[in-house]
Design a protein around this ligand. Structure first.
Ligand code: TRP
Length: 333
């Protein structure tokens, strides 16, 4: 890594299909970072097993997530793209950081509270210490910035607390990371309930547009999107559904809200919804074509995984060995 080059780290779960919320809120902005930062993008399969997975599905989704990252424009030559479980330093540092994380801190994590309510029959210790593994992911690379959705901000803040605590005991160990939010389309809402974030795990599939949905499905989902009883396409308080559709349309077309209002002046919601659906489907078509090409070439994907894991390990091992030395572990040459 160049001395003056800042590091960006982010992870995506392989546990579900990616949505346009993931795409507009995070992935689409990842590639612009590679100009500015040394970027690590990690498919977090170790995080995924905190809830039960069907092994064959987890394996397939790991390939798919990597292929999707690449199809969305992430160049594996310019970014380090890899799979978490293939770099064992993540699990090792997570253990050490567990010993510097307080029970009370983890109990306050809202995602833990939500997930333990949802998976009441499997509140395992991994679910509880999930943010510690996430802190290890970030801290291993001396990360400066973490591009995340708003729902992950609390975890990044905990990571900062852990790193600050560790540095107070063992100076100059970790860089303290900053969470950064995507500048536009940071939060795409559910099409069925626009007061809720669009979530890939939503049971109502009409609420969610997946990056890999075909054109007809995309248009159908936008047609059914929940709006309001008004008829004017206008960005305003209380018009959550229309506001969300305007945000999505703006992300895909680059148009400002007042431009969109003028474009649909005197036209109904039906026209607007169709336009949003078409803009979305057209933007996703080349991504989907590239994705299919990559998925047909597993050997190439595996080659990229190997390259990514080797690169990531190189940096991760440096931090890990520094931490081991500071903690007093005997290191053999
Ligand atoms: N927890 C994140 C999510 O569910 C994924 C993640 C794991 C992550 N490790 C990370 C994100 C490190 C940013 C940095 O979306």
């Amino acid at each position: 890594m160049l001395q003056d080059q800042k590091v960006s780290f982010s992870g995506v779960q392989p546990s579900g299909n990616l949505t346009i919320g993931n795409y507009l809120g995070a992935i689409r902005n990842f590639s612009t970072f590679s100009e500015q930062y040394k970027c690590f993008y990690c498919v977090v399969d170790s995080h995924a097993i905190t809830v039960r997975q069907v092994p064959a599905d987890l394996r397939r989704r790991t390939y798919e997530t990597l292929a999707l990252y690449m199809a969305c424009g992430l160049d594996p030559e310019k970014n380090t793209l890899y799979v978490q479980s293939q770099v064992s330093a993540h699990a090792e540092l997570a253990w050490m950081l567990n010993c510097f994380t307080m029970f009370g801190e983890l109990s306050r994590m809202t995602q833990f509270k939500d997930k333990s309510a949802k998976h009441a029959d499997n509140i395992n210790a991994g679910l509880f210490t999930y943010p510690v593994l996430m802190a290890a992911d970030i801290l291993l690379y001396q990360t400066d910035v973490v591009p995340v959705g708003i729902d992950q901000k609390q975890h990044v803040e905990l990571c900062r607390d852990i790193a600050t605590r560790f540095n107070a005991l063992y100076p100059d160990t970790f860089t303290i990371p900053e969470p950064i939010m995507a500048s536009s389309g940071k939060k795409i809402m559910s099409l069925a309930d626009p007061t809720k974030k669009m979530s890939k795990s939503d049971e109502n599939t009409n609420a969610v547009v997946y990056i890999l949905d075909d054109k007809d499905t995309i248009i159908r989902k936008f047609k059914r999107a929940v709006t309001d009883s008004d008829t004017v396409v206008r960005y305003a308080e209380g018009k959550d559904g229309i506001n969300n559709l305007m945000t999505i349309y703006s992300c895909y077309t680059g148009k400002e809200f007042d431009e969109i209002e003028r474009e649909f002046d005197g036209r109904g919601y039906g026209d607007f919804k169709l336009a949003v659906g078409e803009a979305c489907a057209d933007a996703l078509a080349p991504v989907q074509a590239r994705f299919r090409e990559l998925m047909a070439d597993k050997a190439y994907l595996e080659e990229m995984m190997k390259k990514g894991a080797a690169e990531a390990s190189y940096y991760a091992r440096k931090t890990l060995s520094k931490v081991q030395r500071k903690l007093g572990f005997v290191q053999l040459k």
